[in-house]
Design a binder for this molecule. Sequence first.
Ligand code: ATP
Ligand code: MG
Length: 341
Amino acid sequence: MGLFNWFTQEVAIDLGTANTLIIHNDKVVVDEPSIVAFDRTTNKVIAIGRSAMQMEGKTHDNIKTVRPLRDGVIADFTAAEHLIRGMVKLVNNGKSWFFPSLRMVVCIPSGITEVEKRAVRDSAEIAGAKEVYLIHEPMAAAVGIGIDVEEPMGNMIIDIGGGTTEIAVIALSGIVCDQSIRVAGDNFDSDIVQYIRRQHNIMIGDRTAEKIKIEVGAALPELHEPPADFAVQGRDLMTGIPKQITVSYTEIAHCLDKSISKIEEAILKALEITPPELSADIYQTGIYLTGGGALLRGLDRRIQAKTKLPVHVAEDPLRAVVRGTGIALKNIGRFKFLMQS
Ligand SMILES: Nc1ncnc2c1ncn2[C@@H]1O[C@H](COP(=O)(O)OP(=O)(O)OP(=O)(O)O)[C@@H](O)[C@H]1O
Ligand SMILES: [Mg+2]
């Protein structure tokens, strides 16, 4: 390590709609929800990440919680900058960086526009980065899974996050074709909110819906290892009084069916536009699932049944993208061609 490197601190960031993760010195040092809480009167940040999430849906007039990203891209620039700055501070135990040089690799969705890309770069720079590199999420996910992306071999990666589902075919260090749809985990949550209101006459918040999805969510109405029914509390729409009901995975599988079908359609479309030589590869290698959505019970089996291809869920799917971003950062010389500076 040269003297110059000693002064350079390096972080790899997966700035997601739902979660922000940071790798520093080969370790995941930050893994927090992408949420910032502001004091409305002073506009000061009062919390970020998990502590801000606990305030969500429970705020009074003086506090607002903001999710800076929507559908995988920055929707609130100022909040995004506060989020990055706050998260980077967490790396350094709450203190600001005293190092003169901060190098950041940030991953971006593959369907991002130039303006959206600019917003990521600017946020990172305002938050203190001197050198910013961008890497496409499916590429980072592939590297994170351990796929040799430089090979002349096609691989299909599907990243189901909070805001977007990205489907990409990767070969020879590039994305050959991709489909990005704005249907992912957040849509599952709103499907559940609507279903519980319609079916059970109970109003629940997004946090509760997400909990239901994680506890009893399913992509198939019949599972080999079914989860137990789950008790849900919310507000009765008729009486206005808090009430408890129980929900089963079968009902949740039915209410998620439409959104999952949209994801399936996008996968079929991506397979359709894949060049034939790469189709032949994918027939052998199958499909890799990453992102939090990959954890939905039975989703791998459902996609397998639809495509008749082998489907693999990445190990620790919530961290595949940041792991790959971290590997790209560490081997910045070797992987420079994957990144945009
Ligand atoms: N066990 C689980 N079952 C189903 N969904 C889950 C589970 N755990 C997490 N999720 C969902 O995964 C999503 C978050 O995944 P992830 O962190 O990959 O998204 P993100 O990277 O922040 O979003 P994006 O990539 O779209 O910007 C959330 O919608 C969350 O509810
Ligand atoms: Mg993501």
